[in-house]
Design a protein around this ligand. Structure first.
Ligand SMILES: Cc1ncc(COP(=O)(O)O)c(C=O)c1O
Ligand SMILES: N[C@H](C=O)CCC(=O)O
Length: 419
């Protein structure tokens, strides 16, 4: 495979951007390659600057559940662009999108549109603190909730890939109220509530962890979190930036049947544009300015072009019969091929990760114990076979509706030929 142009572009990019990238997970150091520079994409496929074609399972880290360049979404964005890129003022689309979100996430009684998952989570936590008048929060090791200061402690995603335990540049003051629990370990949560019970404003969790690789919640874990937070007056926040509109149209909350107090959404809800949101119980959201004194704002929040992409993406999902069943069917075929190869895999709906570990992975420690060199070898093999997957052991593989049976067959062939 010729990647000369990507290599040259990468060299140039390194002179302008840290590590040549605008988000660390894109750097491919962990898998022993340089990043591919993407020229264009369509459906299930992406093409790099050297003209190489790949079946894409990164899907922009989740948003492209309909595949790339879904025509109705592109047309909706074009129409919105024609009317103006940004107003910094109210417009009808915001209401339409909010209605659609609330229809599928009824526990988001009121919500606010923002520009990124990081902002959504940061704002949800601020609202929870304002509402409860408490300072402390619980997060789980290996969960990633964006790059706001207080959450960069034993976080997943790029921090796990680069083995950064807690981000430099984050003051002790910012993280002193962040308590750490272990995913799928109820005792670790109980211990924190015994010690800090009435000081804990919020517990935030990825309801299906996908930033230490995919680690689904064990049976009863989310129900336990619901119960213990309720008993202590702590706000339960489901960070559904990845799982929202992915596991079901009502996200992980509907999929697992557990209702949080607050939810954060990103990725799919913006249809590939910079848009995210947070919301939840009315009495919590009423604390947000201008109704209340929890301040949160954004020049580009509710951007009309991003809102148009979000609306059309949700409408497309709604209009396709058996949408999630189809995603599940295709994902199960890939999962089976990985298992038949004797490799370890975790799957939840259309999210999955091949783990290079002999044991099944249920926790951050088990994920960390994986052989990342072997993952790198697997990644390079898949890439050479025309399959583009996450360049890190600690990320998810995303299956989209645009992946055809032929794509799946080609992917399975690539898995089967892995030695
Ligand atoms: C679960 C989760 N929460 C929050 C974020 C932060 O979102 P963003 O990258 O849009 O800031 C991400 C991904 O980046 C995520 O996977
Ligand atoms: N794991 C991250 C989000 O899901 C990947 C996106 C990024 O940080 O660039």
């Amino acid at each position: 495979m010729n990647t000369a142009k990507s290599k040259q572009l990468y060299k140039t990019a390194c002179g302008f951007m840290p590590g040549g990238v605008n988000s660390p997970v894109r750097a491919c150091k962990a898998v022993g390659t340089v990043p591919l520079f993407i020229d264009h994409a369509k459906g299930s496929r992406i093409w790099d600057e050297d003209g190489n074609e790949f079946i894409d399972y990164v899907c922009s880290w989740g948003p492209n559940i309909l595949g790339h360049c879904c025509e109705p979404v592109i047309n909706a964005v074009k129409a919105a662009c024609d009317k103006g890129l940004t107003f910094g003022a109210c417009h009808k689309g915001e209401i339409t999108l909010a209605e659609l979100i609330k229809k599928h996430f009824p526990s988001m009684e009121m919500l606010r549109l923002v520009n990124s998952g990081t902002e959504a989570v940061m704002s949800a936590i601020r609202a929870a603190r304002g509402y409860t008048g408490r300072d402390k929060i619980i997060k789980f090791e290996g969960c990633y909730h964006g790059h706001s200061d207080g959450l960069l402690v034993k976080a997943g995603s790029g921090l796990m890939t680069q083995a950064i335990p807690s981000g430099a540049g984050v003051t002790e003051g910012c993280t002193k109220d962040t308590l750490l629990a272990k995913y799928n370990d109820t005792a670790s949560v109980e211990k924190l509530f015994e010690e800090y019970g009435n000081e804990i404003a919020a517990l935030i969790v990825e309801p299906c962890a996908a930033n230490m690789g995919v680690v689904p919640p064990e049976k009863g874990f989310l129900e336990f979190l619901r119960e213990i937070t309720k008993n202590h007056g702590t706000v339960l926040i489901f960070d559904e930036v990845i799982t929202g509109f992915r596991l079901s149209e009502g996200g992980a909350s509907k999929y697992f049947g557990v209702i949080p107090d607050m939810t954060t959404l990103g990725k799919i809800v913006g249809g590939g544009m910079p848009l995210a949101c947070y919301g939840g119980k009315l009495e919590i959201m009423q604390c947000v300015a201008p109704l209340g004194s929890v301040y949160q704002a954004g020049t580009l929040s509710g951007n009309p072009c991003a809102v148009a992409a979000g609306i059309e993406t949700i409408r497309q999902i709604e209009s396709i019969p058996n949408f999630y069943e189809e995603l599940n069917r295709k994902s199960a075929m890939i999962e089976n091929a990985i298992r038949e190869k004797g490799l370890n895999v975790n799957r939840c709906g259309s999210l999955m990760t091949v783990f290079f570990n002999d044991e099944s992975v249920k926790s951050y420690d088990e994920a960390r114990a994986c052989n990342t060199e072997s993952y790198g070898r697997y990644y390079r093999h898949m890439l050479q076979s025309g399959i583009y997957t996450a360049p890190s052991q600690f990320e998810a593989m995303f299956v989209s509706y645009a992946h055809s049976d032929e794509d799946i067959a080609k992917t399975i062939e690539a898995i089967e030929s892995y030695r």
